[in-house]
Design a protein around this ligand. Structure first.
Ligand SMILES: NC(=O)N[C@@H](CC(=O)O)C(=O)O
Ligand SMILES: [Zn+2]
Ligand SMILES: [Zn+2]
Length: 347
């Protein structure tokens, strides 16, 4: 059996910089037409100028590692307490950026420069609403007294809902939704709200992370939740609802920084996302919805055309191996092990 789709895009991707960028760019460029590139570098991508320079570095890495690729990186800015609204509006108007990313300070990898109080960035958010610029959010509160498994639900209640009430015209993407609460909130609020879903959150729950030994390569933020939440994510992804689309959140870290006494959060799934998704959609009896999720809903939300190229996926007789580790200097980046056999390949 084979299925052919419009070439997919990745609406949430970490490409990093320097050697890591060179090591991982090929995995994405091989399959995806475009990706929305996250700005959480050290230091972060804050201004339009930073984004143009980062885009140039990505293009250089592409030329070296994937010559001839037509992959198109789409850039974002990292919102800080002191972001200049005029710079954001200009960067969107001249095509430098497609969206702005909100990291609550301290919520995830490289978020120390994130927003400490939404009131401080209201002028920027108002300018974004007026100019139809999308806000992508890492939707977790960071208070020490909120349990890590409740941080997404609490964000919806205490940050997202009040923000949407005070600025209903602002178009918002809840990135990497991991709970039924998140899915239900997006489903119930049709206006100016969408969500990305990652490959790994469609495949693993918190037992995969913690039962039978701790699995640092499944540690990511937001953390994987109970099985009932994973099932809600699969239902949303396979529903055909245009407000749910693929953002892999492929987030490479070196093996030693994951297998550590204080391991980094992030799953590197760029190389096998499409075969994993084919497996998830097949199991849900929804292979006919994979194209909407991976290739059509995202461009529609961002007001872009779908890619003109196609991708064909074929079933295999025997299970396919997990992609090989990617070398970076004398280190490795370990690709996502989907915790089940995969009988699909990209042809
Ligand atoms: N998802 C992760 O666990 N990590 C991401 C950051 C993020 O998307 O929150 C990273 O940059 O490593
Ligand atoms: Zn995030
Ligand atoms: Zn991310």
């Amino acid at each position: 059996m084979q299925i052919t789709l419009t070439q997919p895009d990745d609406w949430h991707l970490h490409l990093r910089d320097d050697d890591m960028l060179s090591a991982v760019i090929g995995s994405t460029a091989q399959h995806f037409g475009r990706a929305l590139v996250m700005p959480n570098l050290v230091p972060p991508v804050i201004t339009g100028h930073d984004a143009r320079q980062y885009r140039t570095r990505i293009e250089q890495a592409l030329q070296e590692r994937a010559p001839g690729s037509s992959f198109n990186p789409l850039m974002t800015l990292y919102l800080t307490d002191t972001t200049d609204a005029a710079d954001v509006v200009q960067a969107a108007a001249d095509g430098t950026i497609l969206a702005v990313k909100l990291y609550p300070a301290g919520a995830t990898t490289n978020s120390a420069s994130g927003v400490t109080d939404l009131q401080k960035v209201m002028p920027v958010l108002e300018a974004m609403a007026a100019n139809n610029i999308v806000l992508c959010v890492h939707g977790e509160v960071t208070h020490a007294d909120v349990d890590i498994f409740d941080r997404e639900a609490r964000f919806i209640e205490t940050v997202l809902e009040p923000l949407r009430k005070s600025l209903p015209e602002l178009r918002i993407v809840m990135e990497h939704v991991t709970t039924r609460d998140g899915v239900d909130y997006v489903s119930a609020n049709p206006k100016n709200l969408a969500a990305t879903l990652t490959t790994h959150h469609l495949m693993i729950n918190r037992n995969h992370l913690l039962v039978g030994g701790i699995r640092p390569h499944y540690y990511c933020l937001p953390i994987a939740k109970r099985e009932e939440h994973r099932l809600a994510l699969v239902k949303a992804a396979t529903s055909g609802d245009a407000r749910f689309f693929l953002g892999t959140d492929s987030a490479p870290h070196t093996r030693s920084s994951k297998e550590s006494d204080c391991g980094c959060a992030g799953v590197f799934n760029a190389a096998n996302t499409m075969v994993c998704l084919a497996s998830v959609f097949e199991e849900a009896g929804a292979l006919d919805k994979l194209e909407a999720f991976a290739s059509l809903n995202g461009p529609q939300w961002y007001g872009l055309q779908p890619n003109s190229a196609t991708m064909t996926l074929g079933k295999t007789e025997s299970a396919m191996p997990v992609p090989a580790p990617v070398a970076i200097g004398d280190e490795w980046v370990m690709p996502f092990d989907p915790a089940r056999p995969i009988y699909w390949q990209v042809l």
